[in-house]
Write a protein that binds this ligand. Structure first.
Ligand code: FAD
Ligand code: SF4
Length: 509
């Protein structure tokens, strides 16, 4: 009898209970399929990273004595479709039971649920043993509430998992949240930690991907590939982050600089999302570093909030609202993405840096995603579905369960405020305060309507004016609407003319 166990490309958790004992009846299957490379246009490093990590995982399983069937991208027997490959294997190996770990993406969850209905053998879905919550925990917590506030969820998670808590069930130091202390710009010191990630040569794999005709964009960096590809490498990266990055993570969490692209971010999202690392252990490491006196509480709390709070929370939103969520478009925005989203060739220095860096490294940190590309997309009224497909393709950590709520909910407010307390939009003043981009920019951050005025300025006021009916009652926008109301009519008209002119020539900005 053969038990066939399917492992998806983001299920590379060597500590899953499946691997506790070697069972000769079990055959593990991993497959590199066009179904998964082609559902969106991906960054080259995303395809390379997932395939390379899958190959490493298969190697580890085999060396521990497990049976593995690996279907490579250029295997002539590969049908490039998960059900079709499973059908062939089930017949060939006389499989008696199919087992798979719960997929994190709705698309795959549906596909496998439909597929197993067609089988004559039993099939079983098991937990991926990765997250701290079940798919429906957030829905259970929020019930019918109109707004699902992350802070409510986060406090619930802190208490439920005893993270940064006193024995009396109060938060340590009497505070849940140090967000207000996490908003400094970076003055050039302390120095950005050096990049201690491993370097791999994956030219052979990249040639196979290219020869298979898979379309991609961005730099593959196959000869000096810098993402962790197994648990040991991910743990080393975690160690280095806790020692060198975490102490400053809190202060400069929202800062941006042309001088330091990674700043004090962990770059652990890929390792976490493909499950080489568990969120529990990453949270525990940050908390222990604080308890040992090695990092400030504001840094540990700020970092833990991202994983215990945001990461689990967006997953809950995703499972509660899919599939309709993917079509959210509360502002009815329909403009196409400007061509420079794919090249970085824009005169706006902030966007030029954020996009060229993303194309080069398949990564940007949170505030670049939210307050540069996302901010611009929202102000310019870009089609949220196109924006979502861009984010889903370009970042190595982009898997729909985490990317979609961040893009549609947090960044584009396309869900009408289910997730975000306000649209995250700003004019040049915020970008200037948090970065050094404006210094080297052809546009003038302090001008509003002139030929060289920063496009963010007119687009920002025009956005507020355009959506006054929906947004003016939002208390978090009260100040902005008061400022808008104080502008003379003639100036407002000039701002709106300038915005219309910009929107007509997005490709040229
Ligand atoms: P750090 O800044 O070091 O943060 C530590 C960890 O916290 C991250 O590795 C990540 O696991 C978690 N985290 C931080 N912020 C969030 C968040 N908002 N939601 C969920 N987890 C979070 N993150 C993804 O993992 N995949 C995505 O596809 C993705 N798409 C995004 C799209 C948009 C429009 C925005 C605004 C954010 C997106 N994020 C996404 C969240 C965040 O930007 C990335 O997790 C982070 O930049 C990854 O880099 P890092 O590992 O250095 O993070
Ligand atoms: Fe960006 Fe405007 Fe500053 Fe230029 S001036 S870097 S476009 S915010």
């Amino acid at each position: 009898m053969t038990i066939l166990r399917l492992l998806l490309g983001d299920q590379l958790n060597p500590r899953h209970s499946w691997f506790e004992v070697v069972d000769p009846r079990v055959l593990h299957i991993l497959m590199e399929v066009r179904q998964e490379t082609d559902y969106v246009l991906h960054h080259a490093q995303k395809i390379l990273g997932i395939f390379a990590a899958m190959r490493d995982f298969a190697r580890q399983l085999r060396s521990s004595g497990h049976r593995v069937y690996y279907l490579a991208i250029d295997d002539p027997e590969n049908l490039h479709d998960i059900p079709a490959n499973l059908d062939r294997l089930i017949a060939h190996h006389r499989v008696a039971i199919l087992e798979y770990q719960a997929p994190d993406e709705w698309r795959l969850d549906q596909q496998l649920a439909d597929y197993v209905q067609t089988l004559a053998i039993p099939a079983r879905m098991v937990d991926s043993e990765h997250f701290l919550t079940q798919r429906d925990d957030a829905a259970g917590l929020f019930g019918a509430r109109k707004h699902w506030r992350m802070e409510t969820f986060y406090r619930h998670m802190r208490a439920a998992h005893s993270v940064l808590m006193e024995p009396n069930r109060q938060p340590v130091a009497g505070r849940w949240n140090f967000d207000t202390e996490n908003r400094k710009s970076w003055p050039g010191i302390p120095q950005e930690p050096s990049d201690r990630r491993p370097v791999h040569d994956h030219r052979i794999l990249w040639s196979a991907i290219a020869a298979a005709g898979i379309r991609s964009f961005g730099e593959p960096h196959a000869e000096d590939f810098r993402w962790p590809l197994n648990r040991d490498e991910a743990l080393q990266q975690l160690d280095a982050f806790v020692q060198f990055g975490l102490p400053h993570f809190g202060d400069y969490q929202d800062a941006m600089s042309v001088q330091a692209k990674r700043l004090f971010h962990s770059l652990l999202s890929f390792a976490l999302n493909v499950k080489m690392l568990s969120p529990r252990e990453v949270i525990a490491r940050a908390e222990s570093a604080w308890r040992a006196g090695n990092v400030p509480l504001a840094a540990a709390e700020g970092f833990i909030r991202q994983i215990l709070g945001w990461r689990e929370y967006v997953r809950g939103v995703y499972w509660a609202r899919m599939p309709a969520y993917a079509k959210s478009n509360a502002f009815a925005h329909h403009r196409d993405l400007p061509a420079w989203f794919w090249t970085g060739a824009t005169k706006m220095n902030c966007l030029h840096h954020a996009i060229t860096h993303s194309l080069e490294h398949a990564h940007a940190h949170h505030i670049q995603r939210l307050m540069l590309t996302g901010n611009f997309a929202l102000l310019a009224g870009l089609d949220p579905e196109q924006v979502h497909r861009w984010y889903l393709g370009i970042y190595i950590d982009a898997f729909e369960w985490v990317e979609l709520p961040n893009t549609l909910g947090m960044s584009q407010y396309a869900d009408g405020g289910l997730l975000a307390t306000k649209p995250y939009v700003s004019a040049a003043a915020y970008i200037h305060r948090m970065s050094d981009y404006c210094r080297g920019c052809q546009y003038r951050r302090d001008e509003q309507v002139s030929e060289n005025a920063c496009p963010f300025n007119a687009l920002y006021w025009d956005f507020l004016a355009r959506h006054r009916r929906t947004l003016a009652d939002n208390p978090r926008l009260a100040l902005a609407y008061r400022q808008l109301g104080r502008r003379p009519q003639a100036h407002l008209a000039a701002l709106r003319d300038r915005a219309a002119e910009l929107l007509n020539k997005l490709d040229e900005l």
